[in-house]
Design a protein around this ligand. Structure first.
Ligand code: PHE
Length: 460
């Protein structure tokens, strides 16, 4: 069966709002709420944030337009899309295949971090945090969770179970519906927490930290901002491509991409404006690293008025964000099997859900003393979890980003590129951006991404 035969109106978004919600749901994830605040803290604040915004606008957005465009034009999942648009040149299909592989890999460890969030959500519901505000007790609590095989596997099972159930229900009835409600709830929860943040004594210092200039911005910070912009917008692996393929032929690619990038950025900055006022109000440092939300935030919030409710709201927000991203990762792999092998959705989803679940088990064991944790650290210098993240974030995502830019920039013929860009843009209003967009995907992004990779190889 061909992919066209598999596509009917139920495999298209009901509305463009539904697409924006689902794609913004993919973009807004642990990257925004867990990682962005802590790397902002580590890199000193304001200048890093400004540079990150620049990366989103100048590099991320053009690649997002290119990726969604490939999806919408081909109406196919990643590998098929490249096959179809390159008229059978099989090299380009490698870009799609690498993307599918990256998506599977990312979801396998993403689910473990999301599982920590689930555990903390439960702790906030049952009031299971240490009674005294001794920081060591909170550090021990987090360490014992990361090291616990039983808890990690349990929460991984729950998280992958929910993700699989939503994807099983299909585009309209599952993904779109979940995204519409989930994103609405997410923005309300974030808004509520941001208002709470303004009432805290740490609010003004936090504003200064996030928007003021800082002097410890380095070359390394710049590269970190760039890599994170990619991850945060879910670019380079075909997730946006897959979602774009459920658009109607004449939906607006540029306008919707801008909306998605704005939503993603608002949540990243919003998370900082929630977390830093809380940390500063009890005199904690912003540079706590990956433990920021699991150690410092509970310590701080439980000393503040309404802290218990604040924690509950925060971990609910984290869960929603993680779920909508995980759904897009699973959907990408599922779409590949439906499109390329003609599987049914039920078969593709249960097989891929199960496979990713198994692939995640070594990551679930990475905090412990066994082979995948302490053992691999001795051999490779990093655990299985770290290695999967390193491979996906530092190599596969940027490689996919280059592939997508080069494909749309150089391989599509220019007539098709212009038409696709204009198509669906109401009033032709994005015309003025076309020249800048082509410049970005032809030259700027491939060059900058290669520089980042050379730096990662320690050649630069
Ligand atoms: N963008 C998601 C986040 O910020 C992660 C993600 C990456 C999701 C790639 C899908 C594809 O957490």
């Amino acid at each position: 069966m061909t992919d066209r035969a598999n596509r009917n109106s139920s495999s298209q978004w009901q509305s463009s709002i539904g697409f924006i919600a689902a794609a913004a749901g993919s973009a807004v994830g642990l990257g925004n709420i867990w990682k962005f605040p802590y790397i902002t803290g580590e890199n000193g604040g304001g200048t890093f944030v400004l540079f990150y915004l620049l990366c989103i606008a100048v590099l991320g957005l053009p690649i997002m337009v290119a990726e969604v465009m490939i999806g919408r034009t081909s109406q196919s999942s990643p590998v098929r899309a490249f096959q179809r648009l390159s008229m059978g040149n099989s090299w380009w299909q490698v870009v799609g295949a690498l993307g599918v592989f990256a998506g599977i890999l990312i979801l396998s460890y993403y689910s473990i971090v999301a599982g920590w969030g689930l555990h903390y959500l439960l702790l906030s519901i049952v009031g299971g945090f240490p009674q005294d505000s001794n920081p060591q007790a909170y550090t021990d609590l987090f360490d014992s969770l990361v090291q616990s095989v039983r808890l990690n596997i349990w929460w991984h099972t729950v998280f992958m179970g929910i993700t699989t159930l939503v994807v099983l229900r299909g585009i309209r009835g599952g993904i779109e519906r979940f995204a519409n409600w989930g994103m609405l709830a997410l923005f309300l929860l974030l808004g509520g927490l941001a208002i709470y943040g303004t009432t805290l004594p740490g609010f003004f210092p936090a504003i200064e930290f996030v928007f003021g200039f800082s002097d410890n911005f380095t070359w390394k910070s710049a590269l970190e901002a760039l890599g994170h912009a990619f991850f945060s917008l879910s670019l380079g692996i075909g997730a946006m491509l897959t979602y774009g393929s459920y658009l109607k032929r004449h939906d607006d690619v540029v306008g919707t991409s801008i909306a998605i990038a704005i939503a993603d950025t608002v949540v990243a900055i919003g998370a900082c404006l929630v977390l830093f006022p809380i940390a500063f109000s009890v005199g904690l440092e912003p540079s706590a690293g990956p433990g920021l939300i699991f150690i410092n935030i509970p310590i701080a919030l439980l000393q503040l008025p309404f802290g218990q409710i604040g924690l509950l709201v925060f971990f609910l927000l984290l869960l929603l964000a993680a779920l909508t991203s995980a759904i897009s990762l699973l959907e990408m792999a599922v779409a590949f099997f439906i499109d390329s092998l003609g599987w049914t959705r039920t078969l593709a989803t249960s097989t891929m859900g199960g496979f990713i679940y198994l692939l995640g088990i070594p990551s679930a064991l990475s905090g412990g003393e066994g082979f995948f944790g302490a053992g691999l650290r001795q051999i490779l210098g990093m655990t299985w979890f770290d290695a999967a993240d390193y491979l996906a974030s530092n190599w596969l995502l940027p490689l996919g980003g280059i592939g997508i830019s080069l494909f749309v920039g150089w391989r599509l013929n220019s007539q098709q590129r212009v038409t696709e860009f204009r198509d669906g843009s109401r009033l032709g209003s994005w015309q003025w951006l076309y020249f800048l967009w082509v410049l970005a995907i032809r030259w700027l992004s491939p060059i900058v991404i290669v520089l980042v990779m050379l730096y990662n190889l320690e050649i630069l």
